[in-house]
Design a protein around this ligand. Structure first.
Ligand code: FAD
Ligand code: SF4
Ligand code: SF4
Length: 499
């Protein structure tokens, strides 16, 4: 694909709008409108800076893209969105230039559209069943719903409306973990007038959106904007507070008088492949690598207190969003060669397609159907090379994906000084181990009912700690569901107390 500047894309959109002026658009006219490309930083420049890659639609591009929507009565796109945003309605408002109304429609179901518009796996969700994509026989050509959503959210941030909060109810709720799930729950709870305290292990709020997803994909100012609004609404923030260690959940409920607690502590415990050489100098979990760079700003060499490893050749193990983020971060930190090693083929990679494309454009090498069997070090115990095996795809496994099978005798050595492991995350066992009676699955995820209630009275849970490593929109959706239920239960308690 040839690279077009934001200016060119905007001019092309203006031309399209001119050609459509005064026309009553039929379905075939709308289907003929080309999908608007997202303006981006030039790959050869962006792979050396941390600034956002995607620059956002211009207003003309937004209007053209909104005109592609057929306003389908059955709206299959809505069924693909985990929180069922009324997509045709907000796109219609956007097409009219009524951005405030469009944002109100989105906000009925999602409180974090500037984040979801950027990082949602749209091609597997709302865009997957869009009639436009189906008619053009390519879901990637669907209406670019997330890009429209991002534009609307960014417009809303320029001129934010003051949030409204109901009078105090006298009820107190603890929210544990300040990722997308905790932030959403806190917003929904405080709006009802409950006193909300947000406990966070780190010194900053935002969870993975702050410490995991890099600035070049999700600028931190967006998460900070959402967090500042919560503080404005009256949420109390308790950073550097590790629930389960600093204080147990039972103590929050029984001694500190909380009427309910929502646990949204995520899935931040990295998995390791359990191979020889994992303890060598130069081996990192992607979590540690990304946290150093994003949260501790280690990429600001000479300014930040936290150091980051200088690499010449980095091998990243994995094929998901975390692996892409780690590989693209390593490139930006000046690593000469970044090689992403994955057991299956590019087609099976769980990462968003756009992120894989961006990584390749930025010079990340994909080494598929390959897996390391051990990491080898030099005399000083530093990573030197990896011994790898080649794989072929066999029959589908339990996950429905083709099972990778090792090819006997295919061992080879791969030179590297850094290995970043991004093969998945589990939930941190701290809360389940320190909370008697809290039911969890074998993998350590908290078990909840349909209202996000755990096995313990007054304690609710949601997001990655329940779902396993999932997505921002799903974590947000569970935060909203739990808050609605807590609000309902507390309203009932208040009514009973008045009797
Ligand atoms: P988290 O975001 O993990 O937040 C949990 C918070 O709880 C953290 O701040 C943690 O410090 C805090 N905490 C943990 N234990 C305690 C404790 N005991 N006491 C107090 N606080 C505690 N999803 C997408 O949709 N699109 C993407 O492109 C995408 N990319 C990703 C890239 C990376 C690198 C990673 C790691 C994940 C990515 N995800 C992506 C997944 C997504 O970010 C998560 O699904 C989502 O953040 C989960 O939200 P959460 O609120 O449940 O938990
Ligand atoms: Fe699509 Fe995600 Fe927005 Fe839902 S929240 S409409 S899935 S981009
Ligand atoms: Fe518009 Fe596609 Fe949804 Fe139809 S399915 S309403 S075309 S976004």
């Amino acid at each position: 694909m040839s690279f077009k500047t934001a200016k060119t894309l905007d001019s092309e959109a203006k031309e399209i709008l001119k050609s459509l002026e005064g026309k009553t658009l039929k379905v075939k006219d709308r289907l003929a409108i080309p999908q608007q490309e997202m303006p981006q930083q030039d790959p050869s420049i962006r792979n050396r800076n941390m600034k956002e890659v995607a620059l956002g639609y211009s207003e003309s591009q937004l209007k053209v893209e909104a005109l592609r929507c057929l306003q389908c009565k059955n709206a299959p796109c809505v069924k693909g969105c985990p929180v069922q945003i009324n997509i045709p309605q907000f796109i219609a408002a956007a097409a009219e230039g009524n951005y405030e109304q469009a944002l109100q429609i989105i906000n009925q179901d999602s409180l974090l559209p500037a984040i979801c518009g950027r990082v949602c796996p749209q091609e597997k969700q709302c865009m997957l069943n869009c009639t436009v994509g189906r008619s053009l026989k390519d879901p990637l050509k669907s209406v670019a719903i997330g890009r429209i959503e991002r534009f609307i959210a960014d417009e809303g941030m320029k001129n934010p409306k003051p949030p409204t909060v109901k009078p105090p109810t006298g009820k107190k709720v603890a929210v544990i973990g300040s990722g997308p799930s905790g932030l959403t729950a806190a917003a929904e709870l405080i709006k009802e007038g409950h006193k909300v305290t947000l406990y966070e292990a780190f010194h900053r709020a935002g969870g993975v959106t702050i410490y995991g997803i890099p600035e070049f994909r999700l600028p931190k100012r967006i998460v900070e904007f959402e967090f500042d609004r919560l503080i404005e609404m009256g949420v109390q923030f308790r950073p550097n507070f590790l629930v389960g260690r600093t204080r147990r959940i039972e103590s929050l409920i029984q001694e500190d008088g909380y009427d309910a607690a929502y646990v949204a502590t995520g899935a931040g415990l990295p998995r390791f492949p359990d191979i020889e050489g994992e303890n060598l100098v130069g081996v990192f979990s992607a979590n540690e690598y990304l946290t150093r760079s994003n949260l501790m700003k280690a990429y600001k060499r000479g300014i930040a207190d936290t150091p980051i490893f200088d690499s010449k050749i980095a091998v990243v193990l994995g094929g998901g969003n975390v692996a892409m983020d780690a590989a693209r971060t390593a490139k930006r930190l000046g690593t000469e060669r970044v090689i992403l090693v994955y057991r299956r083929t590019q087609k099976e990679m769980p990462a968003r397609l756009e992120e894989v494309q961006h990584a390749v454009e930025e010079g990340i090498e994909l080494m598929t159907l390959t897996n390391p069997i051990r990491i080898l070090g030099d005399k000083e115990g530093r990573v030197n090379e990896l011994e790898c095996l080649k794989y072929r795809l066999g029959e589908p496994d339990a996950s429905g994906r083709a099972k990778p099978e090792p090819i006997e005798g295919s061992e080879f050595l791969l030179k590297a000084d850094t290995v970043i492991i991004a093969i998945g995350n589990d939930s941190n066992p701290l809360i389940s181990k320190t909370t008697e009676g809290l039911e969890t699955t074998k993998r350590g995820n908290i078990v909840v009912d349909e209202f996000q209630k755990t096995s313990i009275d007054k304690i609710y849970a949601g997001g990655d700690i329940v779902l396993g490593a999932a997505t921002v929109i799903l974590a947000m959706g569970e935060g909203k569901k739990a808050a609605n239920e807590i609000n309902r239960v507390l309203a009932q308690e208040i009514a009973d107390e008045k009797k």
